[in-house]
Design a protein around this ligand. Structure first.
Ligand code: G1P
Length: 303
């Protein structure tokens, strides 16, 4: 059994951002869901910062023709920079320059047809090449005090030489919304995956350990994606290609330290906004007060 993420540095991060975002209509009629803000930054920036912190210097965005705003966001804003520079607004200047720090490059590839997450990842193959790489689904926002989730996973990949999939426990009735894994052994933090299934109904789920949108993958996944047939929802599923990878390589499930918010849902986005506001030095006290007022005015008693 080989383990082929080897000790090579994970330099490339893939961000599938071609989804329609219909849950957030009408907002997403013109604004891609990845551009919805959590406090002061768009959702995509959190995933990008996590990838950069984990050591990635090549960011591949798999987009479609409705996502120009994402490409524009990562482009250099010359006029705005000049204006801010003239006005001596160094703080704001640093903010927009840090969207994509020096030494990090953004590459955009198109997913012409919405054929699923597996297909989106396959679109990044020409950029990734023959090296281990990361996949981050920006909808899954992971808040953590210490190292980011991807940093923790990359460390595990380096230590073991295997592919790594982020997991968390979910209530059994929710297994139909996730990839679900079964592991041979689980030492509390990680375990080797024996089985992985996309969105099984609770009665069919091998466990309640659910895949969260962070992966460190061996490049062997690409040839498997090329032959993966359509699966759940009629889409080419990354989960199915990972299931095929299990036959030849070790893939570990990894329980990261951090809290994941499902920003693909209204409540997840609200919860993340509350958490990041409370975690923000400048806003925390005022945000607490606002929440208290809102609860009082709406006639809800605090515990
Ligand atoms: C995708 C994956 C699924 C995973 C989930 C995590 O599903 O296919 O295996 O559990 O992301 O967010 P999606 O939510 O895009 O339907």
């Amino acid at each position: 059994m080989t383990a082929t993420t080897s000790k090579r540095r994970v330099r490339t991060a893939v961000f599938p951002v071609a989804g329609l975002g219909t849950r957030f209509l009408p907002a997403t009629k013109t604004v891609p869901k990845e551009m919805l803000p959590i406090v002061d930054r768009p959702l995509i920036q959190y995933a990008v910062d996590e990838a950069i912190a984990a050591g990635c210097d090549t960011l591949v965005f798999v987009t479609n023709r409705y996502k120009h705003a994402v490409a524009d966001y990562f482009d250099k804003a010359y006029e705005l920079e000049q204006k801010l520079e003239k006005a001596g607004k160094q703080e704001q200047l640093a903010l927009i320059r840090n969207v994509l720090p020096e030494g990090v490059r953004a590459v955009f590839v198109t997913q012409a047809e919405a054929l699923g997450l597996g297909h989106a990842v396959l679109c990044a193959k020409p950029v990734v090449g023959d090296a281990p790489f990361a996949v981050l689904l920006p909808d899954d926002l992971i808040w953590s005090r210490g190292d980011g989730a991807l940093t923790q996973m990359v460390e595990h990949a380096h230590a073991t030489g295997c592919s790594v999939v982020a997991v968390q426990d979910v209530p059994r009735e929710q297994t139909g919304s996730y990839g679900i894994v079964a592991t041979d052994t689980f030492d509390g933090q990680s375990g080797r995956i024996r089985q992985i299934v996309e969105k099984p109904q609770p009665a069919m789920a091998p466990s309640n350990l659910a895949v969260v949108g962070r992966y460190v993958l061996s490049p062997a996944i690409f040839s498997l994606l090329e032959t993966t047939p359509k699966g759940t929802g009629g889409e080419i599923q990354l989960t199915d290609a990972i299931a095929a990878l299990l036959a030849s390589e070790r893939v570990d499930a990894f329980r990261f330290r951090g809290t994941r918010f499902d920003c693909g849902t209204h409540l997840g986005l609200i919860e993340a906004t509350i958490r990041y506001a409370l975690d923000n030095e400048r806003l925390s006290d005022a945000a607490r007060g606002l929440m208290r007022n809102a609860l009082n005015e709406m006639g809800v008693k605090e515990n």
